[in-house]
Design a protein around this ligand. Structure first.
Ligand SMILES: [Zn+2]
Length: 433
């Protein structure tokens, strides 16, 4: 089930997107209080926006804009909204999104073709190991996508390995949707309770929230750790509430495929100019076909690299590599630029380390200071030396390493109301830009 447009030539895809863009410009100037005002203030003639290149003449939309003018982004009357979701804003205050009936259909289509891209069919049953409630879009998208595809779904929700395994034994799902590090907990539980994970019905996992691959698409440490004990296919998927669209890997696993019927993709540099093809930059998206809260040139804050070579699966759409990091989490360290995920990957290499948190602060001379707090019961001078050497060799940085109790880490890592564990704390003074 590959949508026709995704098999067309790059030129045809571009032309298709340009038609959609023109429709969007008319829709926004008609229905969106925010964009109407923005176009007026910037003297923008919407009829002159005809090609994808013309996008660069338009202002970008930031998370701050979304937070500050949240209500002005709504293009429909509240009575048309059938589902409300939230995502965390820049100040921690939630940003609200509404979805109309049509938006839920779009979401279902997006997830159905994304599942299909990763090889799931109507014969499959999927066990959903993420939350469906708490105004969370992803869980609902998975449910709707499975339904549209005709696949079965078991809504177990997050956590509780025992319940997950009971459900696997009872309903025999062929796929799971899970946070990859939770799969390690599933393996641990299986080993303690005489469950042979490799004899289970599960053949693949749609993995969310954490990267599985290095930039060259080779499996990262987390992926190796899982596959070493559980021989299943792991598929990455990348999505966000603002995009209402997913980038899913096909079985060639060389990045997440772009769905051109749902999203226009730009990769921009610090000056909001397109980077050279294949260079890393911030992912900026324009949503297509969204009714309640469409976004034009929305800066996702994620730094990625796009890949343009045709994929062997028959889709001619661009693919996004693993997220390199959050743009605002970029660390400048003695002439080197790094992002926290590279450090997570490195720390995952040490089995003695049970949990960790990375803290970034400014030091006296204005550069970034990296402190890694480690929770381990096996502290040794030798571990400290191996860690320091590893950081120097792989990332050319020498972080401050502190050993603390696992309990202390857990308090920092799981603050109230957080949907995901916190691995990174930024104490730097905000940079005025
Ligand atoms: Zn492919």
């Amino acid at each position: 089930m590959i949508p026709e447009i995704e098999q067309k030539s790059k030129l045809e895809i571009k032309q298709y997107q340009e038609l959609k863009l023109r429709d969007l410009m008319i829709y926004l100037s008609d229905k969106s209080k925010y964009y109407k005002k923005l176009f007026q203030q910037n003297d923008i003639d919407i009829l002159k926006v005809r090609s994808l290149e013309d996008l660069t003449s338009l202002p970008v939309t930031t998370k701050d804009d979304l937070q500050t003018f949240n209500d002005d982004f709504f293009c429909v009357d509240p009575s048309k909204v059938v589902d409300y979701v939230t995502t965390s804003g820049t100040t921690g205050k939630p940003v609200f999104f509404g979805l109309t009936d049509k938006d839920l259909d779009r979401l279902a289509y997006n997830e159905a073709i994304s599942f299909a891209c990763s090889g799931i069919s109507d014969d499959d049953t999927i066990q959903l190991m993420t939350t469906m409630d708490r105004r969370f879009m992803a869980g609902l998208a998975y449910f709707l996508g499975a339904r549209k595809l005709g696949a079965g779904i078991i809504r177990v929700g997050a956590g509780i390995p025992e319940l997950q395994w009971d459900s696997i034994h009872k309903f025999k799902p062929s796929y799971l949707i899970a946070v990859p590090s939770f799969l390690l907990k599933m393996i641990e539980y299986a080993e303690k309770n005489n469950i042979d994970q490799n004899a289970s019905s599960v053949k693949g996992v749609i993995c969310i929230g954490e990267p599985l691959r290095n930039q060259d698409f080779s499996p990262n440490v987390l992926s190796d750790k899982i596959k070493e004990k559980w021989d299943i296919a792991l598929f990455s998927t990348y999505a966000s509430t603002e995009m209402s669209t997913a980038f899913a890997e096909c079985h060639f696993q060389e990045g997440g495929h772009h769905h051109p019927e749902l999203l226009i993709v730009e990769i921009l540099d610090d000056n909001n100019e397109p980077v050279e093809q294949g260079e890393e930059g911030e992912l900026v998206v324009t949503t297509l076909g969204v009714e309640a809260m469409p976004l034009l040139r929305f800066k996702t804050g994620d730094v990625v690299k796009a890949h343009y070579k045709d994929c062997k699966c028959g889709r001619n759409t661009l693919r996004l590599g693993p997220v390199i990091g959050r743009k605002k989490h970029m660390i400048k360290y003695k002439g080197t630029t790094i992002y926290p995920p590279a450090m997570y990957n490195l720390l995952n290499d040490f089995s003695e380390i049970k949990s960790y948190i990375i803290e970034i602060d400014n030091n006296e001379i204005g550069t970034d200071k990296i402190t890694i707090k480690l929770g381990t019961t096996e502290f040794s001078e030798d571990l400290l030396i191996r860690l320091k050497d590893h950081f120097r060799a792989k990332l050319r940085v020498s972080p401050i390493i502190e050993f603390v109790s696992i309990q202390e880490i857990n308090q920092l890592k799981f603050p109230n109301m957080s949907r995901k564990p916190i691995l990174f704390i930024d104490k730097r003074e905000p940079v005025i830009s």
